[in-house]
Design a protein around this ligand. Structure first.
Ligand SMILES: Cc1ncc(COP(=O)(O)O)c(C=O)c1O
Length: 396
């Protein structure tokens, strides 16, 4: 990797990952690693899923890319499949390549459809790597710091006249970009009544609700989408990562009303890989597999088991701040600003052949396994983790 600019902010661990199949990644020496991070949370069906691979081969032999002047039946079919799982009837979809692009599209579309400038985001949400989504400056956004809501005694019975909600200039904002459960990679779930009130106040004042399901979508949370835990109807849904199970495709889905406004106002958004049939064929296959293998329910059940066992293993250890999760999206947060414990467990697990996620700058680990991971592999991980914990205690 001498001639590759490594600028991900993460240490290069496996120099040459030669094969990835199912829940495992193999290095050049034949060592195998259980990938409890699912790549960058992108392979809910496991690496190199044979059905997804076959769909890619079949579609490649027909048509990969159409250009700006040509449509394709598969693209329309993928749009219908996504509208169905999001519960948006009579809407439209656009297909892009990355999660950042899908969120960016949603923000630009919200600005255009409402004719308004800023949107609201929660202070700890991560929306994308560049463009408006990557912009974190105060001038670009109305940033709502919900820290005080996390410990508020009324957080489950939040009211619209709460000062936190009252100070928002709803009528001036294009809407709210909500990330339902990842919160900057730390797997936080804003309380239901807080979010439902915010959504209602925006919708009453002509604002749009764009949900960022790049991480939380496609069964990761135990439902198709994280917003489905909140019981509201979004106007736009941005998705990526698991949508392509490793193939780079993303999508933004919107209601018919939003699509109509964009069409009326001649909304313009042009990228080379927009509405490519190859990515759309992958999406159709991924949705089929999730349905046929009942992976939303399986993700929820395995997630409950994993969360329960992790809490059991770490119970009574005072350096653990919180272990939380929903579906197969779990975070272990440790006390202290330095990432001492997280780095220790991350390193020791890697040495034993387990990849978990370590976020630079945080004392937290994330576990996001493939939704179809075998219980026996989760149990191996838990057993090794328990041993590492015992060593950590002995060394302290
Ligand atoms: C919540 C969230 N939104 C958006 C993105 C951006 O997706 P991508 O890296 O595919 O551009 C990420 C990436 O990690 C993410 O976690």
């Amino acid at each position: 990797m001498d001639n590759v600019l490594w600028c991900t902010g993460h240490e290069l661990k496996i120099k040459d990952a030669v094969k990835a199949q199912g829940s495992f990644i193999y290095d050049q020496e034949g060592r195998r690693f259980l990938d409890l991070e699912s790549g960058v949370w992108v392979t809910p069906l496991g690496h190199s899923n044979p059905r997804v691979n076959q769909a890619i081969v079949d579609q490649m032999e027909k048509i990969i890319h159409c250009g700006y002047y040509n449509g394709n039946r598969i693209v329309d079919e993928a749009a219908r499949a996504l509208l169905k799982v999001t519960g948006i009837n009579q809407g439209k979809a656009v297909f892009l390549s990355s999660g950042s692009e899908a969120v960016e599209f949603g923000i630009k579309a919200s600005h255009k459809a409402t004719g308004r400038g800023k949107m609201l985001r929660l202070h700890d949400s991560f929306l994308g790597s560049y463009g408006a989504a990557g912009e974190k400056q105060k001038e670009a956004w109305f940033i709502l710091d919900w820290t005080q809501c996390q410990t508020c005694p009324e957080r489950e019975t939040c009211r619209k006249d709460c000062p936190v909600l009252k100070e928002i200039p709803y009528g001036e904002l294009a809407g709210f970009v909500f990330e339902p459960g990842s919160a900057g990679g730390l797997v936080r779930f804003p309380p239901k009544s807080f979010i439902v009130n915010l959504v209602q106040l925006f919708q009453e004042n002509g604002g749009l609700i764009l949900v960022n399901e790049v991480t939380t979508g496609m069964g990761r949370s135990g439902k198709w989408f994280g917003f489905q835990y909140y019981g509201f109807h979004p106007d736009l849904v941005a998705m990526g990562k698991g949508l392509g199970n490793g193939y780079p495709v993303s999508a933004t889905v919107m209601t018919g009303e939003v699509a109509e406004k964009l069409e009326e106002k001649s909304f313009y958004y042009q990228q080379s890989h927009q509405n490519d049939p190859l990515g759309c064929r992958v999406i159709i296959e991924v949705i089929e597999i999730i349905k046929e293998e009942n992976l939303n329910n399986r993700s929820r059940e395995k997630g409950e088991y994993l969360l329960h066992r992790l809490k059991e293993i770490f119970s009574g250890h005072d350096f653990v701040k919180e272990i939380r999760g929903r579906g197969l999206m779990i975070a272990l947060e440790f006390f202290g600003p330095e990432n001492k414990e997280a780095a220790y467990f991350h390193r020791e697990l890697f040495n034993k052949g387990f990849i978990v996620s370590l976020r630079p700058g945080y004392n937290a680990l994330r576990v996001d396994p493939p939704l179809n991971i075998e219980i026996q592999h989760l149990d191996n991980f838990l057993a090794e983790l328990e041993e590492i914990l015992n060593n950590y205690q002995a060394e302290k």
